[in-house]
Design a protein around this ligand. Structure first.
Ligand code: ZN
Length: 198
């Protein structure tokens, strides 16, 4: 049933296809958008298109950026000998928000999950091992405390151990199965400071 006319229905349909947006929210957003001033709508659609066209992975840490090297990797003040391994760009953002980590990151884009058929070759693990051929003193594994996150942490630690590089894991206290991005900054800092050698 098409109560609204096909164009608004199409907008609602597109919006509700986005993660976390149910049909009610999609309707609210659609009506909001059509009532916005034209230039605001223009700016919104341009930023969506620009992001899609220009955002890529940093060639060093694989976070999302619109440059070849992300602002963190290209910042000379960051300690490139300390690499924190996270599952995704949102987790990186959560640690960056604390403003206290001075090292650099490596974004895996996923975690090992035998159940879902995601193996070591499906995440950016090879790229991490390549980075370790440079001068690296510590790898901090900050994957989630879910089963997949723990499996990934154990796998990485076994892989790195023989190189002699210090491997640490952020402290528990991060709720089990908790997505890092939803954890407050104090808890994240405590987890980082209380990290243990694997
Ligand atoms: Zn980077």
């Amino acid at each position: 049933m098409d109560y609204y006319g096909s164009q608004i229905s199409r907008l609602i349909e597109q919006l509700s296809a986005l993660p976390g947006i149910g049909s009610k929210t999609a309707q609210r957003l659609a009506f909001h958008i059509v009532n916005m001033p034209m230039e605001k709508v223009q700016a919104l659609s341009e930023s969506v298109l620009d992001a899609k066209k220009n955002v890529r992975y940093c060639k060093q840490c694989f976070t999302m950026t619109d440059r070849e090297l992300c602002p963190i990797c290209s910042n000379p003040k960051r300690n490139s000998r300390q690499i924190m391994v996270v599952e995704n760009t949102r987790d990186l953002a959560a640690y960056e928000k604390t403003g206290r980590f001075e090292g650099v990151y490596h974004v895996l884009h996923g975690a090992i999950s035998p159940m879902l058929g995601i193996g070591p070759n499906d995440i950016r693990l090879k790229e991490l091992m390549t980075r370790l051929q440079g001068e690296v003193e510590e790898v901090i594994i900050a994957t989630n405390s879910s089963l997949e996150g723990e499996t990934t942490a154990m796998y990485i630690s076994k892989l790195i151990k023989p190189t002699g590089i210090l491997v640490t894991r952020i402290a528990s206290g991060v709720p089990v199965g908790g997505d890092l991005e939803y954890i407050d900054e104090v808890t994240l800092l405590r987890a980082l400071e209380g990290r243990v050698e694997l």
